[in-house]
Design a protein around this ligand. Structure first.
Ligand SMILES: [Zn+2]
Ligand SMILES: [Zn+2]
Length: 356
Protein backbone atom coordinates (compact mmCIF):
# COMPACT_ATOMS: atom_id res chain seq x y z
CA UNK A 1 0.00 0.00 0.00
CA UNK A 2 1.44 3.39 -0.98
CA UNK A 3 0.24 6.79 0.15
CA UNK A 4 -0.18 9.32 -2.64
CA UNK A 5 2.16 12.31 -2.59
CA UNK A 6 0.37 15.46 -1.50
CA UNK A 7 0.98 19.19 -1.81
CA UNK A 8 -0.24 22.45 -0.31
CA UNK A 9 -1.95 25.28 -2.17
CA UNK A 10 -3.51 28.58 -1.04
CA UNK A 11 -6.72 29.26 -3.00
CA UNK A 12 -9.60 31.55 -2.08
CA UNK A 13 -13.13 30.14 -2.30
CA UNK A 14 -14.94 33.47 -2.55
CA UNK A 15 -13.90 36.90 -3.77
CA UNK A 16 -12.44 39.03 -0.95
CA UNK A 17 -12.35 35.95 1.32
CA UNK A 18 -9.19 34.70 3.01
CA UNK A 19 -6.78 32.42 1.19
CA UNK A 20 -7.07 28.94 2.74
CA UNK A 21 -4.40 26.28 3.04
CA UNK A 22 -5.59 23.21 1.10
CA UNK A 23 -3.93 19.79 0.99
CA UNK A 24 -4.52 17.77 -2.19
CA UNK A 25 -3.03 14.84 -4.09
CA UNK A 26 -0.11 15.87 -6.26
CA UNK A 27 -1.32 15.95 -9.89
CA UNK A 28 0.35 13.64 -12.42
CA UNK A 29 1.11 15.46 -15.69
CA UNK A 30 -0.51 13.87 -18.76
CA UNK A 31 -0.08 14.47 -22.51
CA UNK A 32 2.09 17.55 -23.12
CA UNK A 33 1.79 18.78 -19.52
CA UNK A 34 4.73 19.32 -17.21
CA UNK A 35 4.65 19.56 -13.42
CA UNK A 36 6.67 22.42 -11.96
CA UNK A 37 7.79 22.52 -8.36
CA UNK A 38 7.33 26.17 -7.30
CA UNK A 39 10.39 27.68 -5.63
CA UNK A 40 9.32 31.34 -5.76
CA UNK A 41 6.12 33.10 -6.76
CA UNK A 42 5.60 36.84 -7.00
CA UNK A 43 2.67 38.59 -5.31
CA UNK A 44 1.33 40.99 -7.89
CA UNK A 45 -1.08 43.90 -7.88
CA UNK A 46 -3.30 42.12 -10.40
CA UNK A 47 -3.66 39.38 -7.77
CA UNK A 48 -5.26 42.05 -5.58
CA UNK A 49 -7.75 42.92 -8.35
CA UNK A 50 -8.51 39.25 -9.00
CA UNK A 51 -9.08 38.69 -5.32
CA UNK A 52 -11.41 41.70 -5.13
CA UNK A 53 -13.43 40.19 -7.96
CA UNK A 54 -13.95 43.27 -10.11
CA UNK A 55 -12.40 46.10 -12.07
CA UNK A 56 -13.69 49.62 -11.50
CA UNK A 57 -15.12 51.06 -14.74
CA UNK A 58 -15.97 54.50 -13.34
CA UNK A 59 -19.32 56.16 -12.56
CA UNK A 60 -20.09 53.39 -10.06
CA UNK A 61 -19.85 50.65 -12.71
CA UNK A 62 -17.84 47.47 -12.16
CA UNK A 63 -16.61 44.70 -14.42
CA UNK A 64 -17.27 41.54 -12.43
CA UNK A 65 -14.58 38.93 -12.97
CA UNK A 66 -17.02 36.04 -12.56
CA UNK A 67 -18.64 37.32 -15.77
CA UNK A 68 -15.25 37.00 -17.46
CA UNK A 69 -15.26 33.26 -16.86
CA UNK A 70 -13.13 33.16 -13.74
CA UNK A 71 -14.27 30.20 -11.68
CA UNK A 72 -13.93 29.82 -7.93
CA UNK A 73 -11.92 28.65 -6.13
CA UNK A 74 -8.95 30.55 -7.56
CA UNK A 75 -5.32 29.76 -6.76
CA UNK A 76 -3.49 32.98 -7.55
CA UNK A 77 0.14 33.30 -8.63
CA UNK A 78 1.30 33.93 -12.19
CA UNK A 79 4.96 34.83 -11.46
CA UNK A 80 6.38 31.36 -11.05
CA UNK A 81 9.99 30.23 -10.80
CA UNK A 82 10.80 26.62 -10.06
CA UNK A 83 11.88 23.45 -11.77
CA UNK A 84 10.18 20.78 -13.86
CA UNK A 85 9.90 17.60 -11.79
CA UNK A 86 7.65 15.45 -14.01
CA UNK A 87 6.36 15.47 -17.60
CA UNK A 88 3.57 13.80 -19.56
CA UNK A 89 4.42 11.26 -22.27
CA UNK A 90 3.83 13.81 -25.09
CA UNK A 91 5.86 16.64 -23.51
CA UNK A 92 9.07 15.97 -25.43
CA UNK A 93 12.14 18.05 -24.58
CA UNK A 94 11.93 20.45 -21.67
CA UNK A 95 14.13 22.91 -19.81
CA UNK A 96 16.06 21.63 -16.80
CA UNK A 97 17.39 23.54 -13.82
CA UNK A 98 15.79 26.76 -12.62
CA UNK A 99 12.97 27.85 -14.93
CA UNK A 100 10.48 30.65 -15.41
CA UNK A 101 6.89 29.82 -16.37
CA UNK A 102 5.12 31.98 -18.99
CA UNK A 103 1.66 32.18 -17.41
CA UNK A 104 -0.43 33.97 -20.10
CA UNK A 105 -1.48 30.76 -21.78
CA UNK A 106 -4.22 30.84 -24.45
CA UNK A 107 -6.05 28.12 -26.37
CA UNK A 108 -2.96 27.64 -28.55
CA UNK A 109 -4.91 27.18 -31.80
CA UNK A 110 -6.94 30.32 -32.67
CA UNK A 111 -5.61 33.03 -35.03
CA UNK A 112 -4.61 35.24 -32.11
CA UNK A 113 -2.55 32.45 -30.54
CA UNK A 114 -1.02 31.56 -33.91
CA UNK A 115 0.07 35.19 -34.28
CA UNK A 116 2.02 34.61 -31.05
CA UNK A 117 -0.29 36.70 -28.87
CA UNK A 118 -1.60 34.01 -26.55
CA UNK A 119 -1.97 36.64 -23.85
CA UNK A 120 -4.83 38.13 -25.91
CA UNK A 121 -6.63 34.85 -26.70
CA UNK A 122 -10.41 34.96 -26.21
CA UNK A 123 -10.28 31.53 -24.56
CA UNK A 124 -7.62 32.30 -22.00
CA UNK A 125 -6.16 29.64 -19.76
CA UNK A 126 -3.74 31.86 -17.85
CA UNK A 127 -2.10 30.27 -14.84
CA UNK A 128 -3.08 31.89 -11.55
CA UNK A 129 -6.21 33.35 -13.18
CA UNK A 130 -8.21 30.70 -15.05
CA UNK A 131 -6.04 27.75 -14.01
CA UNK A 132 -4.35 27.10 -10.67
CA UNK A 133 -1.24 29.25 -10.21
CA UNK A 134 1.85 29.45 -8.07
CA UNK A 135 0.47 30.22 -4.61
CA UNK A 136 1.11 26.50 -4.21
CA UNK A 137 3.97 24.05 -3.89
CA UNK A 138 3.37 22.68 -7.40
CA UNK A 139 1.73 23.87 -10.61
CA UNK A 140 0.70 22.06 -13.80
CA UNK A 141 1.78 23.78 -17.05
CA UNK A 142 0.06 22.62 -20.27
CA UNK A 143 3.17 22.47 -22.46
CA UNK A 144 6.94 22.77 -21.92
CA UNK A 145 7.13 25.61 -24.49
CA UNK A 146 5.84 27.89 -21.71
CA UNK A 147 8.76 26.97 -19.46
CA UNK A 148 12.19 28.50 -20.05
CA UNK A 149 15.55 28.32 -18.35
CA UNK A 150 16.59 31.40 -16.42
CA UNK A 151 20.29 30.51 -16.43
CA UNK A 152 22.05 32.44 -13.69
CA UNK A 153 19.35 35.08 -13.12
CA UNK A 154 18.73 35.34 -9.37
CA UNK A 155 15.70 33.06 -8.80
CA UNK A 156 14.29 35.41 -6.14
CA UNK A 157 14.10 38.21 -8.70
CA UNK A 158 13.17 36.12 -11.74
CA UNK A 159 9.41 35.75 -10.90
CA UNK A 160 9.02 39.41 -11.77
CA UNK A 161 9.96 38.65 -15.36
CA UNK A 162 6.67 36.78 -15.93
CA UNK A 163 4.34 39.67 -15.17
CA UNK A 164 5.66 43.03 -14.07
CA UNK A 165 8.79 42.53 -16.17
CA UNK A 166 6.90 41.26 -19.20
CA UNK A 167 4.18 43.89 -18.86
CA UNK A 168 6.70 46.73 -18.73
CA UNK A 169 8.78 45.16 -21.53
CA UNK A 170 5.76 44.89 -23.82
CA UNK A 171 4.59 48.42 -22.95
CA UNK A 172 8.03 49.89 -23.68
CA UNK A 173 8.20 47.98 -26.99
CA UNK A 174 4.97 49.70 -28.04
CA UNK A 175 6.74 53.09 -27.79
CA UNK A 176 9.04 52.18 -30.69
CA UNK A 177 12.19 54.22 -31.30
CA UNK A 178 13.16 56.74 -28.59
CA UNK A 179 15.69 59.38 -29.68
CA UNK A 180 18.25 60.95 -27.36
CA UNK A 181 16.43 64.31 -27.21
CA UNK A 182 13.10 62.69 -26.29
CA UNK A 183 11.58 62.02 -22.90
CA UNK A 184 9.43 59.20 -21.56
CA UNK A 185 7.06 59.95 -18.69
CA UNK A 186 6.26 57.17 -16.21
CA UNK A 187 3.21 57.37 -13.93
CA UNK A 188 3.44 55.31 -10.74
CA UNK A 189 6.64 54.20 -9.03
CA UNK A 190 5.47 50.89 -7.56
CA UNK A 191 6.80 47.56 -8.81
CA UNK A 192 5.87 48.08 -12.47
CA UNK A 193 6.94 51.70 -12.68
CA UNK A 194 10.33 51.03 -11.08
CA UNK A 195 10.97 48.14 -13.43
CA UNK A 196 9.98 50.27 -16.42
CA UNK A 197 12.32 53.07 -15.31
CA UNK A 198 15.15 50.60 -14.82
CA UNK A 199 14.53 48.99 -18.23
CA UNK A 200 14.37 52.38 -19.97
CA UNK A 201 17.62 53.43 -18.26
CA UNK A 202 19.36 50.21 -19.33
CA UNK A 203 18.12 50.76 -22.89
CA UNK A 204 19.85 54.16 -22.82
CA UNK A 205 16.82 56.49 -22.67
CA UNK A 206 18.22 59.88 -21.67
CA UNK A 207 15.25 61.65 -20.08
CA UNK A 208 13.01 59.54 -17.86
CA UNK A 209 10.46 61.58 -15.91
CA UNK A 210 8.75 59.71 -13.06
CA UNK A 211 5.59 60.75 -11.24
CA UNK A 212 4.26 59.51 -7.92
CA UNK A 213 2.29 60.94 -5.01
CA UNK A 214 4.68 59.35 -2.51
CA UNK A 215 8.03 61.05 -1.86
CA UNK A 216 9.70 57.76 -0.84
CA UNK A 217 8.64 56.15 -4.10
CA UNK A 218 9.94 59.14 -6.05
CA UNK A 219 13.29 58.64 -4.32
CA UNK A 220 13.27 54.96 -5.33
CA UNK A 221 12.57 56.05 -8.90
CA UNK A 222 15.66 58.27 -8.85
CA UNK A 223 17.66 55.38 -7.38
CA UNK A 224 16.76 53.08 -10.30
CA UNK A 225 17.44 55.60 -13.05
CA UNK A 226 14.75 58.28 -13.32
CA UNK A 227 16.29 61.60 -14.35
CA UNK A 228 13.54 63.83 -12.91
CA UNK A 229 10.67 63.17 -10.49
CA UNK A 230 7.49 65.09 -9.69
CA UNK A 231 4.37 64.92 -7.59
CA UNK A 232 1.58 64.76 -10.22
CA UNK A 233 -0.75 66.84 -8.03
CA UNK A 234 1.55 69.88 -8.19
CA UNK A 235 0.16 73.11 -9.64
CA UNK A 236 0.57 73.53 -13.43
CA UNK A 237 1.58 69.87 -13.72
CA UNK A 238 1.15 69.72 -17.50
CA UNK A 239 3.34 72.78 -18.12
CA UNK A 240 6.00 71.74 -15.61
CA UNK A 241 6.30 68.20 -16.95
CA UNK A 242 6.32 69.37 -20.57
CA UNK A 243 9.08 71.81 -19.66
CA UNK A 244 11.05 69.00 -17.99
CA UNK A 245 10.61 67.03 -21.23
CA UNK A 246 11.71 70.02 -23.37
CA UNK A 247 8.32 69.55 -25.05
CA UNK A 248 9.57 66.26 -26.44
CA UNK A 249 7.59 63.68 -24.53
CA UNK A 250 7.46 60.78 -26.99
CA UNK A 251 5.43 58.54 -24.72
CA UNK A 252 3.62 58.28 -21.42
CA UNK A 253 3.61 54.94 -19.65
CA UNK A 254 0.77 54.93 -17.14
CA UNK A 255 1.13 52.22 -14.50
CA UNK A 256 -1.65 53.73 -12.38
CA UNK A 257 -4.52 54.02 -14.85
CA UNK A 258 -6.69 56.34 -12.77
CA UNK A 259 -8.82 59.11 -14.26
CA UNK A 260 -6.45 61.76 -12.86
CA UNK A 261 -3.29 60.16 -14.30
CA UNK A 262 -4.82 59.42 -17.70
CA UNK A 263 -6.21 62.95 -17.97
CA UNK A 264 -2.79 64.42 -17.17
CA UNK A 265 -1.01 61.79 -19.27
CA UNK A 266 -3.01 62.53 -22.42
CA UNK A 267 -2.05 66.20 -22.13
CA UNK A 268 1.70 65.50 -22.23
CA UNK A 269 2.92 63.85 -25.47
CA UNK A 270 4.34 65.72 -28.41
CA UNK A 271 2.50 65.38 -31.73
CA UNK A 272 2.51 61.76 -32.78
CA UNK A 273 3.29 60.64 -29.26
CA UNK A 274 1.77 57.72 -27.42
CA UNK A 275 -0.10 57.18 -24.18
CA UNK A 276 0.27 53.57 -23.11
CA UNK A 277 -2.14 52.48 -20.41
CA UNK A 278 -1.17 49.58 -18.18
CA UNK A 279 -2.47 50.27 -14.66
CA UNK A 280 -5.97 49.06 -13.79
CA UNK A 281 -6.93 51.53 -11.12
CA UNK A 282 -9.99 52.25 -13.26
CA UNK A 283 -12.34 55.00 -14.33
CA UNK A 284 -13.26 56.57 -17.66
CA UNK A 285 -11.45 58.50 -20.38
CA UNK A 286 -13.07 61.75 -21.55
CA UNK A 287 -11.08 63.73 -24.07
CA UNK A 288 -12.02 65.83 -27.11
CA UNK A 289 -11.87 63.61 -30.20
CA UNK A 290 -10.52 66.34 -32.53
CA UNK A 291 -7.44 66.73 -30.32
CA UNK A 292 -6.64 63.01 -30.62
CA UNK A 293 -6.53 63.54 -34.39
CA UNK A 294 -4.82 66.92 -34.66
CA UNK A 295 -2.18 65.93 -32.10
CA UNK A 296 -2.01 62.49 -33.78
CA UNK A 297 -1.63 60.84 -30.41
CA UNK A 298 -2.19 57.12 -29.86
CA UNK A 299 -3.91 55.83 -26.74
CA UNK A 300 -2.91 52.20 -26.39
CA UNK A 301 -3.86 49.56 -23.86
CA UNK A 302 -1.12 47.10 -23.01
CA UNK A 303 -1.96 43.83 -21.28
CA UNK A 304 0.89 41.55 -20.12
CA UNK A 305 2.98 40.40 -23.10
CA UNK A 306 3.51 37.61 -25.59
CA UNK A 307 5.54 34.41 -25.32
CA UNK A 308 8.16 35.72 -27.82
CA UNK A 309 8.44 38.92 -25.73
CA UNK A 310 8.90 36.78 -22.61
CA UNK A 311 11.84 35.02 -24.23
CA UNK A 312 13.39 38.35 -25.32
CA UNK A 313 13.08 39.68 -21.79
CA UNK A 314 14.69 36.62 -20.18
CA UNK A 315 17.59 37.06 -22.59
CA UNK A 316 17.81 40.79 -21.75
CA UNK A 317 17.76 40.01 -18.01
CA UNK A 318 20.61 37.53 -18.43
CA UNK A 319 22.79 40.31 -19.87
CA UNK A 320 21.62 43.24 -17.75
CA UNK A 321 21.20 43.77 -14.04
CA UNK A 322 17.49 44.59 -14.15
CA UNK A 323 16.68 44.27 -10.49
CA UNK A 324 18.32 46.83 -8.24
CA UNK A 325 15.36 47.69 -6.07
CA UNK A 326 13.88 46.13 -2.92
CA UNK A 327 12.37 42.66 -3.16
CA UNK A 328 11.14 41.02 0.02
CA UNK A 329 10.46 37.34 0.40
CA UNK A 330 7.76 35.83 2.59
CA UNK A 331 7.16 32.14 3.28
CA UNK A 332 4.53 30.64 0.95
CA UNK A 333 2.45 29.89 4.07
CA UNK A 334 1.98 33.65 4.54
CA UNK A 335 0.36 34.13 1.13
CA UNK A 336 -2.82 35.55 2.67
CA UNK A 337 -1.14 38.27 4.73
CA UNK A 338 1.27 39.09 1.89
CA UNK A 339 -1.68 39.72 -0.44
CA UNK A 340 -3.41 41.90 2.18
CA UNK A 341 -0.26 43.94 2.71
CA UNK A 342 -0.06 44.66 -1.01
CA UNK A 343 -3.78 45.52 -1.16
CA UNK A 344 -3.24 48.08 1.62
CA UNK A 345 -0.42 49.72 -0.33
CA UNK A 346 2.17 48.93 2.34
CA UNK A 347 4.74 47.34 0.02
CA UNK A 348 7.71 49.20 -1.41
CA UNK A 349 9.24 47.35 -4.34
CA UNK A 350 7.97 43.79 -4.68
CA UNK A 351 6.92 40.78 -2.60
CA UNK A 352 7.87 37.22 -3.51
CA UNK A 353 6.60 34.05 -1.83
CA UNK A 354 9.34 31.58 -0.94
CA UNK A 355 8.70 27.82 -1.10
CA UNK A 356 12.18 26.35 -1.01
ZN1 LIG B 1 -6.22 31.24 -28.69
ZN1 LIG C 1 1.10 40.10 -12.21
Amino acid sequence: MTTKAQYLSYPFAEFQGDLQEVTADLPQPTGTQVLVRVNYCGVCHSDVHLHEGFYNLGQGKKLMLEDRGIKLPVTLGHEIVGEIVAAGDQAGQYATGPVLVYPWVGCGSCSVCQRGEENLCTQPAALGVYKPGGYAQYVVVPHPRYVMSIGDIDPVHAPLLACSGLTTWSAIKKVGAIYDDEAVVVFGCGGLGLLAIRTLALKGVKNIIALDLDADKRQLALDVGATQVFDPTMADATQQIQAAANNKCVAVLDFVGAESTVELGISLPRRGGKVILVGLHGGEIRYPIPYVITRAISIIGSYTGSLPEQKELVEFAQKNNLFNFPIRTRPLKEANSALQELAQGKVQGRLVLDNR
